[in-house]
Design a protein around this ligand. Sequence first.
Ligand code: NAD
Length: 355
Amino acid sequence: MTAFWTEPDFDDHEMVHFVRDRESGLTAIIAVHSSHLGPGAGGTRFWHYPNPKDGLRDALRLSRGMSYKNAMAGLPMGGGKAVILADEARTKTPELLAAFGDAVEGLNGRYVTAEDVGISEADMVAVSQRTSHVSGLPVSGQGSAGGDPGPFTSYGIYLGIKAAVQHRLGTDSMAGVRVALQGTGSVGGGVARLLAKDGAKLTLADINKDSVTALAQELGAEVVDPQAIMTTPCDVFSPNALGAILNEESIAKLDTQIVAGGANNQLARSAHGQVLFERGILYAPDYVINAGGIISVATEYLARREGRTGSVDEVNALIEQIPGRLERIWQASEQGATSPDVVADRMAQELIGRG
Ligand code: NAD
């Protein structure tokens, strides 16, 4: 593996920690991009990388993303990410998770972990046997922070969509507003339910035909083929499935005024934010609008450090700041003729002392 500081994604990361435990077979990279605002927080990805350099790249890129996301969520947390380099069979043993927990504990709280792709709540419970620097643990009681972050992410996106509709269409009512949702899983399904209650006119698409049909029946929504959702005429296109869906070709075909959804890394390349801006489509930067989940996870962790249980009310109060943050981004974007994703990145860089 080449030195991390020669990697194109190395961005003055404060720490890149390489972990190897022969007995359990653990190989992992823990990256902390910035701890300017607090401990580097971000999930652990468990993935098989045929080329381990891609694991290093993910750790660097995703930890920087968490610095920006946590800063823009108003959290006293920096950005970090761990990647466990799984073998081809994706062998995950209690010993491997214990060794990973020991590695996190050894960093004395500089890095706080949680679930990410390939890591379940049960895995985090196992890791928490070895370190207290863990979040995303099962919810401890009615009204307590923690548990599945999906519904919190959905709530933030719902509020962000309403803010975008207010900003672009000049109305605070969702009645009759046409929203096309790509992906109706944990996040997209939650957004659809909240919008349906407000009388929005929904068009849904998901590769899981049974679940999308059932949801459409429940909500009185239309269903279109996944291939057709990005060209469906609508007021709001809400991507809640895959990343990298916004490129020159797809943006040219969008028939919407607003793009606002929860999928991570929606822009295929950063230049595509400018392409959306030039087409006059209002874009809600993904890591700002989809921060509800990390707000829940962080609130759970920070409250536990204070010896108490965080509450859903605390989490919701922080999520309710997302619309104001988006509004400030859109205003600065319009004043400076700069796309909202670039404005958000600059704001995040200021917040982490790298402006
Ligand atoms: P999920 O797996 O529950 O839902 C994803 C849905 O997208 C599934 O129903 C899947 O069938 C569907 N899908 C996949 N490919 C599709 C396609 N080509 N067209 C239409 N539908 C397709 O995942 P989720 O937790 O809802 O996350 C959705 C997105 O939001 C992901 O990009 C995730 O990284 C991001 N996100 C999630 C959270 C969270 O709290 N869960 C937080 C921040 C960001």
